[in-house]
Design a protein around this ligand. Structure first.
Ligand SMILES: [Zn+2]
Ligand SMILES: [Zn+2]
Length: 226
């Protein structure tokens, strides 16, 4: 991949931000540990949840499309509000996403340079562990214990939350690849790439294209830009 040709196009101001940001990445940051830990958490959650599902009924199976729909809606809301509006209760979300991710990756500089740039591309461990590794499994555990949900439904909700996180990460990563990456020959990835690149335009980021995997709620809520 001829990476240099992309970097020659980056606005010097953006490049300066990127260089300063990179200088602040702690020496102990190891991208393989960051991604490896997240993958391990997700594999454990998926393995435990799916291995506890038995004799799934048709109505229980409906949790799968419902969770895909719910994930799409959650991403739209979470991305539009705490990630792009400086809410007092979640200042870190705005800081990491709008002030860092969107300044580091712009529509002109959508691609990462090397693996250390993953620190501001993938969800941090301190999101994946408490949300997918603890919160969802704990909700699943207590809803089974107190009879709120059937074990199959509870396990499927926990598993699908992890599946949606994986889908999000894959589509978001693909959206930050160079335009001529081979995987972008697949239409669904190319569409996601175009969609997300518009979102990284400074004047559009607070108003359009909040979905990552599929622009369903962007279309429904008229925040779809193409
Ligand atoms: Zn992005
Ligand atoms: Zn954004």
């Amino acid at each position: 991949m001829e990476k240099d040709k992309y970097y020659s196009l980056i606005d010097p101001e953006v490049e300066k931000f990127r260089e300063n940001f990179r200088k602040d990445i702690p020496w102990w940051y190891v991208p393989e540990i960051h991604l490896g830990t997240n993958i391990l958490i997700i594999i454990c959650v998926l393995f435990y949840s799916f291995s506890n599902i038995q004799n799934l009924t048709f109505f229980e199976f409906l949790v799968i499309p419902l969770m895909l729909l719910g994930g799409n809606f959650f991403v739209w809301v979470f991305h539009k509000y705490p990630l792009h509006r400086p809410f007092k209760i979640m200042p870190m979300a705005y800081k990491i996403h709008t002030l860092s991710h969107h300044h580091f990756y712009t529509d002109e500089a959508i691609i990462y340079r090397d693996k250390r740039d993953f620190i501001i591309l993938f969800f941090p461990i301190h999101f994946v562990l408490p949300v997918n590794g603890i919160l969802f499994p704990a909700l699943g555990y207590f809803s089974i214990k107190y009879g709120v949900l059937s074990p199959n439904v509870a396990h499927l909700i926990v598993a699908m939350a992890a599946v949606y996180l994986v889908l999000y990460e894959v589509f978001h990563f693909v959206s930050h690849l160079p335009q001529d990456a081979k995987i972008l020959r697949i239409p669904i990835f190319k569409n996601a790439w175009v969609h997300h690149r518009h979102h990284h335009t400074k004047k559009l980021m607070g108003r359009y294209n909040f979905n990552i995997v599929f622009p369903l709620f962007d279309r429904l809520f008229k925040t779809y830009y193409r």
